[in-house]
Design a binder for this molecule. Structure first.
Ligand SMILES: [Zn+2]
Length: 409
């Protein structure tokens, strides 16, 4: 219904306003086969052409035979393109032919359009193409002078290569949770990506183990690796479902445990000493080797003032070098020294974080030995966040998933 409203808006605008702005020096001309352009109009928003069919035969839409019996004209208003922020509209008098055998009438098709007469395929393709960028539906709708619901209707109808995924062929997946669509029973959704092609395969409405397990069982098989954060229920699901699967811990999430440990310990140390450290958190958090010369000097001053902070900083640097290892052998070589270092007093936070290295030992070894991480998930998450922010929250998960796939895949 809405599209009809938009259509009559275009028609009304053409007949009441645009019609008063005849022009003889329009920047574009229309060359269509079997169409004679008789008038051209241009105002602030639209360029309008009036054309008449010059054909003298058509084809029956039922039996396909050539028709020559002209019945009547049919006038349509079709948005065919955009030019300099203006919509180009063609008011076209088409011919309707009558078939003596089928006793039916066929209106000729003079411009490439499927479905209605209102917009050409190329105009729609260009409009839908705009959605690939991180812009809101309403911004694109405004640009193309259509209503938001009309844009969404066309987006829903469009078949996109980006959303075609072959789950049966997927062998390596990465998963993560994301806040995306607010659903009644869950605030988090579960994203499944192909670790090899970096395609978004699915966004599930909940991250609950039972839901995930059910979905994965129904749609995936022969999964070889399963890359995830340090959330036990996901691992349980993966090991339950896929025989011989290798669960891979995502490096970012592992390292983050120690960055959090450092940050918590540092803050409580500062509190205990009634000092402020927040001014220097960047210098303290950054890997020492990534600091410039001034940063290194400043860091040395800070650590010289505070021996306890130096101990915390050393532990953090050790953790970072642990995960810079190129292979599991180097990791296993460095691990005992790290363990010994954090056994000392005052490193309680690091001891807690170290437990995750024990609990996820196999998955961390897999992380060094297999070429997978959730790195591409980061990009997807970013796209989701940006898309969510500008769309004021999505409500339709299927459509939102299609949009994210369109943008990421
Ligand atoms: Zn016929």
């Amino acid at each position: 219904m809405d599209s009809m409203k938009n259509y009559s808006t275009v028609k009304t605008h053409f007949e009441t306003i645009l019609i008063k702005h005849a022009t003889s020096h329009c920047e574009i001309t229309l060359n269509l086969e079997k169409v004679q352009i008789t008038e051209t109009y241009e105002d602030q928003y639209y360029i309008g052409f009036v054309g008449t069919s010059t054909s003298n035969e058509g084809f029956c839409r039922k039996c396909g035979q050539v028709l020559t019996r002209f019945k009547q004209y049919k006038t349509t208003y079709t948005t065919i393109a955009r030019f300099n922020d203006k919509n180009v509209v063609l008011k076209l008098r088409k011919k309707m032919y009558h078939c003596p055998d089928c006793r039916s009438s066929t209106t000729e098709r003079l411009i490439k359009q499927s479905g209605s007469n209102q917009k050409t395929d190329s105009f729609l393709a260009s409009m839908i193409g705009c959605l690939k960028e991180t812009v809101s539906y309403s911004a694109v709708a405004r640009l193309y002078k259509v209503s938001v619901s009309n844009l969404i209707r066309h987006f829903d109808k469009t078949h996109l290569a980006e959303t075609r995924v072959d789950r049966k062929a997927v062998r390596n997946i990465s998963v993560d949770e994301v806040r995306f669509v607010k659903q009644r029973h869950s605030n988090y959704q579960f994203v499944i990506m192909d670790s090899d092609t970096k395609q978004v395969l699915d966004i599930l409405k909940s991250r609950q183990s039972s839901d995930i397990q059910h979905y994965l069982r129904a749609h995936y098989q022969g999964i070889l690796t399963f890359t995830q954060d340090l959330w036990r229920p996901y691992r349980t699901v993966a090991l339950n479902l896929f025989q011989g699967v290798k669960v891979v811990a995502d490096k970012f999430h592992v390292v983050r445990q120690f960055m959090w440990a450092f940050s918590r310990a540092r803050i409580s140390l500062a509190k205990a000493k009634n000092k402020r450290t927040c001014r220097f958190w960047k210098i303290l958090t950054k890997t020492r080797q990534k600091l410039d010369d001034r940063g290194k000097i400043r860091l040395e001053q800070l650590l010289a003032e505070d021996p306890e902070l130096r101990v915390l900083h050393e532990a953090k640097e050790m953790a970072l070098s642990l995960f810079r290892c190129k292979d599991s052998e180097s990791y296993l070589r460095l691990l005992p020294a790290f363990k010994a270092a954090i056994e000392q007093d005052g490193l309680e936070e690091f001891r807690k974080a170290y437990k995750s290295l024990v609990n996820w030992h196999e998955e961390i070894i897999n992380m060094f030995e297999l070429p997978y991480s959730n790195g591409s998930m980061e990009r997807t998450n970013r796209t989701i966040k940006q898309s969510k922010n500008i769309a004021f929250g999505f409500t339709n998960l299927a459509r939102a998933t299609k949009l994210i796939q369109y943008r990421v895949n």
